[in-house]
Design a protein around this ligand. Structure first.
Ligand code: DAH
Length: 341
């Protein structure tokens, strides 16, 4: 038995010295030390030995076991060190390789202009609404007091989907006034930015698709003074403190009275120059007090509530803000243009 133990020890140590992988190592551990392993098999035979030989043989077996165990630990250490070395080699970073240049994206000038406007109105307690671009003519026209026969309903101006002229691409963001009045609790303070569509030929100031931002306030005792005060504040935030505005009478079917607001030309300070076409003023938006009929059609009592509304062209605002001379640049997506913002 002594001889057998010696053999096991020698064979195990020799094989453990050549082991290369942790899988091989585990196989050897099971082979020698496992429950059905060589050493266990020997220990099972101990019972057959004379009683005085058992302690000595037991001691010898324990020595063989610990010799094999320490050899296993040694081999495991070597295998792990080797694996780590290979990993470090494989994952080594060459910090001298030049980096890859990443192109940073740019915010589109329209997006910048929109964000500025949104921020100003959100700061004044307005909610931002989103609405459908495919709209019902009843929302785009009828409920805004532009009944049958109104010139803007003409097929030459508006994109309709059906021969009955009921479904259309919205020609203004004003239908969002109606949608807000029909669904929101009073008082209401909203802006609604988005795309609008008209049958216009493309040129330096026209596009069949452009953007508007609609705004509306409805509450008790709202007056034209609130409209002027709010819009003057907005203009000062957009174009700087002290920017002058003027309000001219105008006509829109959904407001009474209606007006257009101009800002004093930033280029010439009101003297007159090519930017303002010699006028000294630049038209910025349409606005007015919401027509009592419009309030009534959406279920709001004009004897209790009043309101004002405005619609601003976003392209024009962005063009002014970034001194862009031709509207087409905004939609052509020429990177040389976009990179400037
Ligand atoms: N919807 C008008 C347009 O497209 C702009 C406008 C004018 C909107 C007056 C309004 C308003 O809300 O009160 O020309």
């Amino acid at each position: 038995m002594k001889e057998k133990l010696r053999e096991i020890r020698e064979e195990a140590v020799k094989r453990l010295e050549q082991v290369k992988t942790s899988q091989e190592l585990e196989e050897l551990r099971v082979k020698y030390l496992g429950k059905k392993g060589a050493l266990t098999a020997i220990l099972k035979q101990m019972g057959a030995l004379p009683a005085d030989e058992r302690p000595k043989m037991g001691q010898l077996a324990n020595e063989v076991r610990s010799a094999i165990e320490s050899k296993i630990a040694e081999a495991r250490g070597e295998i792990e060190a080797l694996a780590m070395e290979q990993r470090l080699k494989k994952e080594a970073l060459d910090i001298t390789v030049p980096g890859k240049e990443h192109d940073m994206g740019h915010q589109h000038p329209m997006y910048i202009a929109l964000e500025e406007i949104k921020e100003i109105f959100i700061g004044m307690g307005f909610t931002v609404l989103d609405g459908p671009e495919i709209e019902l003519a009843s929302y785009n026209f009828d409920k805004l007091n532009a009944g049958e026969g109104h010139p803007s309903r003409d097929w030459s101006d508006t994109f309709y989907f059906d021969s009955d002229s009921r479904v259309m691409l919205r020609s203004q963001t004003s239908p969002m006034q109606v949608r807000a009045m029909e669904t929101m609790p009073l008082p209401i303070r909203i802006i609604a930015p988005g795309r609008v569509y008209r049958k216009d030929e493309v040129d330096a100031t026209h596009s069949p698709m452009f953007h508007q931002v609609e705004g509306m306030v409805i509450d008790k005792n709202v007056t034209m003074a609130d409209l002027k005060g709010t819009l003057n504040t907005v203009v000062e935030q957009l174009y700087g403190k002290g920017t002058k505005t003027r309000f001219r009478p105008h006509h829109f079917p959904f407001t009474e009275p209606s007006c257009e607001m101009d800002v004093q030309c930033h280029k010439c300070g009101g003297v007159g120059c090519p930017t303002c076409k010699g006028e000294g003023w630049i038209e910025l938006l349409g606005a007015g007090m919401i027509h009592p009929k419009v309030l009534e059609m959406s279920g709001i009592d004009p004897n209790v509530y009043s309101g004002w509304a405005f619609g601003i062209g976003l392209e024009r605002t962005a063009m002014r803000r970034f001194k862009i001379a031709d509207l087409r640049l905004i939609f052509e997506n020429d990177v040389r243009f976009l990179e400037q913002f």
